[in-house]
Design a protein around this ligand. Structure first.
Ligand code: PEP
Length: 249
């Protein structure tokens, strides 16, 4: 049995006081929840407030991105050591908004994944097709390429903590959700790529999250699908009640 992981991606929303407010309201709602792992990924400047607020709770904190180098002249970037130093345990890598707007490539995803695993962070690697690719029947090719390149030259031993999020780009922030069956098909393909790269054992235990307009109303149907091992939630994670309802689907 894979323990599900429900992760919040706050994107570029909330200042530190908002983060504190969120946890004040959210933590009591999930205080006795142990069925799933819960992770919140706020903007970098909110991380200290989030870590402090979630201290001694069942909620872990993650970054939304990272650089693969340990340190250096990389203005605006954040290293794994920096994420660890403020108390992060997780990090999102290769989110489609990074790929779309900030030049993230399959190769930088691979560099980041290697660095995150090396540092002991739990990486949540995002893959997913855009609408034109789905309409052109290219979804499987895109997912295969993204996985192949992301997993390149990483050993099964190193990949133990890997988490993948399948996020069809046409479903992110659009209100359109993949059907549980469509998501399950993509998850199966990702799992078979993981089996090729890391072997069956790791692939069987690999958690593959679904992301794309997950809401309290559709969480149960998605999470009931055997292939779906959790969710990466954007918009609906900003409100404590709505994110708690998703966690407790
Ligand atoms: C996301 O940002 O990863 C995401 C899935 O966003 P939303 O839930 O708003 O579609």
């Amino acid at each position: 049995m894979r323990k599900k992981l429900i992760a919040a991606n706050w994107k570029m929303y909330k200042v530190p006081d908002d983060a504190r407010d969120f946890f004040r309201n959210f933590l009591p709602l999930v205080a006795d929840h142990s069925r799933d792992e819960i992770v919140v990924c706020p903007p970098f400047v909110d991380l200290p407030a989030a870590v402090e607020s979630a201290k001694s709770s069942n909620v872990a904190i993650g970054g939304q991105d990272m650089h693969w180098e340990k340190e250096g002249a990389f203005t605006g970037e954040v290293s794994t050591a920096m994420l660890l130093a403020v108390g992060c345990t997780h990090v999102i890598i290769g989110h489609s908004e990074r790929r779309q707007y900030f030049g993230e490539t399959d190769d930088t995803v691979n560099l980041k994944l290697k660095a995150a695993l090396e540092a002991g962070l739990t990486p949540i690697v995002c893959v997913g097709e855009v609408l034109e690719e789905r309409e052109a029947g290219l979804t499987d090719d895109v997912l295969r390429r993204q996985c192949l390149r992301a997993f390149h030259a990483i050993s099964a031993k190193k990949a133990a903590k890997l988490v993948v999020a399948y996020e069809p780009v046409w479903a992110i922030g659009t209100g359109k959700t993949a059907t549980p069956q469509l998501a399950a098909d993509a998850h199966q393909l990702i799992r078979s790529e993981a089996a090729k790269a890391f072997g069956e054992k790791l692939a069987d235990s690999l958690r593959i999250l679904y992301g794309g307009s997950v809401k309290p109303e559709n969480a149960k149907a998605l999470m009931s699908e055997e292939e779906i091992d959790g969710a990466l939630v954007g918009g609906a994670s900003l409100d404590p009640k709505s994110f708690a309802a998703i966690v407790k689907y």
